[in-house]
Write a protein that binds this ligand. Structure first.
Ligand code: S3P
Length: 424
């Protein structure tokens, strides 16, 4: 896929549904009694992997023109799958499902693609083992494939060493099946979609600061879920409109949950002109329309508690920083090394290849912005967020940028390139 300097982006766009919320709707819908109807479900490869896994465990999932219908079988209604469950590229499916499977009365093997087989699963194996679960990394390397034998679990208070919504959600979902209360404390608050949705489906769950507790054996009841647009997908359009002179773009129906809106805070620090319009609450989630205008950006510091609230937006924020005046420091972002690719290494490599001034650090990078960036040939490393971030860089740089293996955007945003083209 090739990109050159773009005309101004004008008009309106609605981005696809939130990936995290779409996964959770399938999972909780499956464990509920009655039918869950999901509107604006993200039909990306990751969420389809979640659907396939639950269908393999006896859940009937159907579609109407506008909705996904999940015919739940209750908390104890999953059936042993006939074969290995494949999560594809999806870390959310692998980690959240591990929590659910740890409390079943059957054994499951879970695997995924080459990337998922390299990602750390010890972070879920450890707490599930504390709970009395049996989760084995079949190659003994702390990664998938995993063999999970359902056990009688007990509630624990887990102090997570990482601020990870996947770890937190895994433990909370296992807590549905445990004896006694299950509590998780994380260093900084990560996205809280599981907590919000569990509560709306009927679980007894209580959050205070960075600690959340759940009671076992709730009666979960099917709900109507309207999925907001994914702020992580909106991020590429925000960045494009900020960088390309003359742009003015209205991005409609974007989820702005405060555990996900770090990009808006950082853009404000960078002097970006973004108006949050028509704020509303939809199925417990904050939603708004974003009016984004081209802006002269300045460098900033991105660190600490902000990091989990913009973890998936860091590649495109690094691109913004390369075009901003002054220095941007990204710190505390070591988690990026264990995403779909090693995003720290790849961001530094690709930005440097385009001529940016980037110095890698242990847990982030220092970007001195304002140099002219030139097109380059860049590999996506099969990481959807790398492909999309550098598509935007290519639309703001001089010359032509070629993204190799650009199809990986199907993981979270199948129509991405078409949507971009429509606006420019
Ligand atoms: C997600 C949590 C984050 C995020 C991922 C989706 C989720 O991962 O990067 O894209 O849906 O819970 P971590 O929990 O590993 O930070």
């Amino acid at each position: 896929m090739r990109f050159t300097k773009s005309a101004p982006l004008k008009g309106e766009i609605t981005v696809p549904g939130d990936k995290s919320i779409s996964h959770r709707a399938i999972m909780l819908g499956s464990l509920s009694e009655g039918t869950t109807a999901v509107t604006n479900f993200l039909e990306g490869a990751d969420c389809l992997s979640t659907i396939n896994c639950f269908c393999s465990m006896g859940i009937e999932i159907s579609r109407t023109e506008s909705e996904i219908l999940i015919h739940g079988r209750g908390l104890h209604g999953l059936l042993a799958p006939a074969s290995v469950l494949n999560v594809g590229n999806s870390g959310t499916t692998m980690r959240l499902l591990s929590g659910i499977l740890a409390g079943q009365n059957f054994t499951t093997e879970l695997t995924g693609d080459a990337s998922i087989q390299k990602r750390p699963m010890a972070r879920v194996i450890t707490p599930l083992t504390f709970m009395g679960g049996s989760v084995e990394s079949l190659r003994g390397n702390g990664c998938a494939p995993l063999c999970i034998t359902g056990k009688h679990l007990k509630g624990i208070h887990y102090q997570s060493p990482v601020s990870s919504a996947q770890v937190k959600s895994c433990v909370l979902l296992a807590g549905l099946y445990a004896e006694g209360e299950t509590t998780v404390t994380e260093p900084f608050l990560s996205r809280n979609h599981s907590e919000l949705m569990l509560r709306s489906f009927g679980a007894e769950i209580f959050s205070e600061g960075t600690t959340v507790s759940i009671q076992p054996e709730p009666k979960l009841t099917g709900q109507k879920v309207v999925v907001p647009g994914d702020i992580s997908s909106a991020a590429y359009f925000i960045a494009a409109a900020l960088l390309i002179p003359g742009s003015e773009l209205l991005i409609k129906n974007v989820g702005i949950n405060p555990t996900r809106d770090g990009i808006l805070k950082v853009c404000a620090q960078m002097n970006a002109d973004i108006q949050v319009l028509n704020p509303r609450v939809q199925c417990g989630e904050d939603v708004a329309d974003l009016l984004v205008k081209h802006s002269s950006l300045k460098g900033t510091v991105i660190e600490g508690a902000l990091i989990p609230t913009l973890i998936d937006e860091l590649p495109v924020l690094a691109v913004l920083a390369a075009f901003a005046e002054g220095t941007t420091m990204i710190r505390d972002a070591q988690e990026l090394k264990v995403k779909e690719s090693n995003r720290l290494d790849i961001m530094v490599h690709h930005l440097s290849a385009m001529g940016a001034d980037v110095v890698p650090t242990e847990d982030g990078m220092i970007i001195t912005g304002g140099k002219t960036l030139y097109g380059a040939v860049l590999d996506s490393h099969l990481d959807h967020r790398i492909a999309m971030a550098f598509a935007i860089a290519g639309m703001a740089a001089e010359g032509e940028t070629e993204i190799a293996r650009a199809d990986c955007v199907n993981i979270s945003y199948p129509g991405f390139y078409k949507d971009l083209e429509k606006l420019a």
